[in-house]
Write a protein that binds this ligand. Structure first.
Ligand code: FPP
Length: 254
């Protein structure tokens, strides 16, 4: 493999493929810069998603979680909400067969309330068709909010306690993680946000506890392999300690 093709995290000791999560931001500004209507920015955003999903496995990524629609996005004008609601259908129509052939498991995390019956059916179908795939995991957060997901998990656990099936002291971090929409995926190693904004915006709040954050100065519709590679290079240079200290410092501490 030529040096330029080598995944920047190829020598990572932990072995497990990476989980990268992306806040796909900047579609509106991208469209505005070109004097285009915002929906065209979102459509170009779907193409960036396609490029990113296809680049990710080559770079040592095994899980990719993308933020497609937040619980707060309902406050946008109705026409834009309608356009955003149409994106999963557009994406599944063009990409699902290929994703399935390539062994990608597709999951849509987020509330089903508020989505049209047709969209829920499309989501259920995409998930069912790809449920046994293991080559790569694509989670699309859609009608998702980190706080709402945590509140929902707390409600579900409280209901179990009220029904006498659980005791409050049964709850620990691992059990709580299993109640979240992201259950079954490892926590993200890296959260990337393009577009120059530097915040999480209610994305994966529980799961982000030890994620590295990389903010990139590119608008999402322009995103592609080179940007993902650059984010991974920055990630690889980080020193992840999970609250501990590095081995040399343990020795120095005596
Ligand atoms: C934020 O950009 C982006 C969104 C609200 C939508 C993101 C969705 C996609 C990129 C496509 C998703 C595809 C699927 C399959 C769900 P913005 O509109 O807030 O941009 P701005 O900050 O520049 O206005």
């Amino acid at each position: 493999m030529a040096a330029a093709d080598k995944p920047p995290i190829a020598d990572r000791p932990e072995g497990r493929p990476l989980h990268v999560a992306v806040v796909m931001d900047g579609n509106g500004r991208w469209a505005k810069q070109r004097s285009l209507p915002r929906p065209l920015g979102h459509r170009a955003g779907v193409e960036a998603l396609r490029r990113t999903v296809s680049a990710a496995p080559k770079l040592g990524i095994g899980w990719l979680t993308v933020f497609g629609f937040s619980t707060e996005n309902w406050s946008r004008p109705a026409a834009e909400v309608a356009e955003l609601m149409a994106l999963p259908k557009r994406y599944f129509e063009t990409d699902l067969d290929r994703l399935n052939r390539e062994g990608v498991r597709v999951r849509v995390i987020g509330r089903r309330e508020g989505l049209s019956r047709e969209l829920v059916r499309l989501i259920d179908d995409a998930q069912a068709r790809t449920a046994n795939n293991t080559a790569f995991h694509l989670d699309i957060a859609f009608n998702y909010g980190g706080q709402a997901d945590i509140a929902e998990a707390a409600r579900r656990f409280a209901a179990e306690v009220a029904a006498g099936r659980r005791k409050p002291e049964d709850l620990d971090e691992a059990m709580f993680a299993g109640l979240l929409a992201t259950a079954g995926s490892p926590p993200p190693d890296l959260i990337v946000r393009p577009s120059g904004e530097q915040r999480l915006s209610n994305f994966l709040l529980w799961e982000a506890a030890y994620a590295e954050l990389v903010f990139q100065d590119v608008l999402w519709p322009d995103y592609g392999e080179e940007h993902l590679r650059a984010a991974l290079t920055e990630f690889a240079a980080r020193d992840r300690r999970y609250g501990a200290i590095v081995a040399d410092d343990v020795l120095a501490a005596g």
